[in-house]
Design a protein around this ligand. Structure first.
Ligand SMILES: C[S@@+](CC[C@H](N)C(=O)[O-])C[C@H]1O[C@@H](n2cnc3c(N)ncnc32)[C@H](O)[C@@H]1O
Length: 261
């Protein structure tokens, strides 16, 4: 096992290499779509015209290709929070794709909705768009399918990805994939850590800062009950000897993100 600081440096290097535009990546490392042979080229063409990402940031095309490679079958039903390049890709590999996102089209060129809607490669006929904050739309939405793939990449502040997880986990099929982006954000990392230890999921891999989990055939954890004592994340940490999980983390001075977000 490498020392932690070397592991961290290697992870950072791997993440930035992985996010590099496909055109500068040597051909053998570009990745290929499993089903649709033209999809990668079509999205790469869109990237040249519309930019590699909209202003909220996009998943690298290589990450999307890798996720497709991990899916158990073709003709999937999928859903995502947030939208953009992932929406273009998922509209091509899914027969039905639900998108829960903000309608940001008034922000012009920066819009993540326009990024997928104005792309010739997008199959708009396969997409159902549910506009509005997921904090409002997901609790009200009743038409979920059994999903083969759910991508959580909408609002990133705590507890919004956790909330989205709550509304999606009962609808994932056994062997379906749960993808959580931006696990470098501490609270999202904690969600990913919780899921990686839960009986309902097995960790498949981390692609850069995107974590992929596969639904096991463990029964659905009752979304209307309790049962914290049944969850491995708690069972591994609860010692009842007076330790409380408050202020047990890293308490460095908060960073300033001025000008970055
Ligand atoms: C990081 S981007 C998603 C990137 C996308 N997966 C891609 O590959 O291009 C985050 C998205 O979440 C949307 N968003 C932010 N807050 C939201 C909220 N409260 N409810 C729904 N969507 C939200 C943003 O408008 C943006 O589309």
């Amino acid at each position: 096992m490498l020392p932690l600081f070397i592991q961290k440096k290697l992870n950072r290097l791997r993440r930035s290499l992985w996010a590099a535009p496909m055109s500068i990546v040597p051909v053998p490392f570009r990745g290929k779509a499993k089903g649709d042979a033209t999809i990668a080229g079509e999205i790469a063409d869109h990237e040249k015209q519309a930019g590699y990402a909209h202003c909220a940031g996009s998943l690298p095309l290589r990450t999307l290709l890798r996720i497709e490679g991990l899916l158990p079958g073709a003709l999937i039903n999928s859903a995502e929070t947030g939208c953009g390049k992932s929406t273009i890709f998922l509209s091509r590999i899914a027969q039905k794709h639900r998108v829960f996102c903000l309608d940001d089209r008034e922000s012009g060129e920066d819009s993540s909705v326009s990024y997928f809607m104005d792309c010739a490669a997008t199959r708009l006929d396969r997409i159902e768009t549910i506009f509005g904050p997921t904090q409002v739309t997901l609790p009200l939405y009743k038409d979920h399918l059994a999903y083969d793939l759910v991508l959580i990449d909408g609002p990133h502040g705590f507890p919004f990805p956790d909330l989205e997880y709550y509304f999606f986990y009962p609808h994932l099929k056994a062997s379906g994939l749960l993808v959580i982006d931006d696990i470098q954000i501490p609270t999202i990392g904690r969600l990913a850590e919780f899921i990686s230890e839960d009986a309902m999921f097995e960790e498949v891999e981390c692609i850069g800062s995107t974590a992929v989990f596969r639904r096991t055939d463990a029964p659905v954890f009752d979304p209307l009950g309790d049962g914290w004592w049944l969850q491995d994340y708690n069972r591994r940490r609860a010692d009842f000897s007076g330790h409380i999980h408050l202020r047990d983390g890293n308490r460095r001075k908060p960073l300033t993100f001025e000008g970055r977000f």
